[in-house]
Design a protein around this ligand. Structure first.
Ligand code: AMP
Length: 290
């Protein structure tokens, strides 16, 4: 197993990519505290590209809650090990001042209406902050020649939609790939934040997956979704505070109100759920079609 090269500065990253001179580069941005969800992105990038570059950077700009930023797990050594096992070649792990070298950005990307829904409503500024860093990282890892692909998890469905729009609207020369959610054996979507849950909270968090399954099964059977039944499941979990449970159009993210109640479900949808378990905010989702 080869140890990935660790680059702390943009110059080191640029030099390492130039030295490899790859015909194709797969880039995976992360915030570290890596788990097999990230591992799945790395492996797919490994299969599809000559060079695999990942970044590990906890981006302060996308945290609207200072406590959440302070608590976010950081574990570079374990991350290097997981990345090595997945065949990553280069890890870009900059300090904040390397990314925001001229201070926090004056010129900003605005995620617009789609960035104000769901996660954006509960975490004001989150998506603008996410776009601020992803837009820069996509430049920094750009090989400038050969194929360039970037990989994102379907776990963060709203993020994927917004990054697709950014890449299209700003003509980024990168091909985007989205990768299905990796779950624990019991069905909990893997997340770096799961490490902050107690055993009891982990058990209680299973309601996210259970509620999604209930509605996804109804969709598959062309039944009315009646999403209030899913919402009812949360009321039986005292450790879990539901933020939203909704079914949306997968392209526009607008709510599919007419499909969710009395009429049989048809067409395409995306179930989105967010809840706080103890102090930890969790999200999950699942595409549905019938
Ligand atoms: P993060 O480190 O949380 O910013 O995540 C980095 C990338 O990994 C994002 O594109 C996430 O969507 C993706 N990711 C995180 N968890 C999972 C998971 N359970 N399954 C698939 N992708 C994931």
């Amino acid at each position: 197993m080869k140890t990935p090269k660790i680059c702390k500065t943009r110059q080191e990253l640029k030099a390492a990519i130039a030295e490899a001179n790859p015909r194709s580069l797969g880039f995976v941005p992360t915030m570290g505290a890596l788990h097999q969800g990230h591992g799945s992105l790395f492996r797919i990038a490994r299969e599809e590209n000559e060079l695999v570059v990942i970044s590990i950077f906890v981006n302060e700009l996308q945290f609207n809650d200072a406590g959440d930023y302070a608590r976010y797990p950081r574990q570079l050594q374990a991350d290097v090990q997981l990345a090595a096992e997945a065949g990553v070649d280069i890890i870009f792990a900059p300090e904040a001042q390397e990314i925001y070298h001229a201070g926090l950005p004056l010129i900003k990307l605005a995620s617009g209406r789609m960035g104000e829904l769901y996660e954006g409503a509960s975490r004001p500024g989150h998506f603008d902050g996410m776009l601020a860093v992803v837009s820069k990282l996509l430049h920094l890892a750009d090989p400038r020649q050969g194929a360039y692909r970037a990989y994102f998890g379907q776990k963060d469905a709203q993020q994927v939609v917004l990054i697709r729009r950014m890449v299209a609207d700003l003509d980024y020369p990168v091909e985007l790939r989205s990768v299905p959610i990796v779950r624990s054996e019991k069905g909990l979507a893997l997340s770096s934040r799961n490490a902050l849950l107690s055993e009891a909270e982990k058990e209680a968090a299973m309601v996210l997956h259970r509620s999604i399954q209930l509605i996804a099964d109804r969709a598959a059977n062309h039944e009315p979704l009646n999403i209030e039944d899913a919402i009812g499941l949360f009321q039986m979990e005292p450790l879990v505070q539901l933020d939203y449970f909704t079914v949306v159009d997968p392209n526009t993210l607008e709510e599919l109100a007419f499909n969710c109640q009395d009429t049989p479900f048809t067409g395409e949808g995306l179930i989105l759920v967010a809840a706080t378990v103890g102090k930890v905010r969790l999200i999950d989702n699942q595409p549905i079609s019938a």
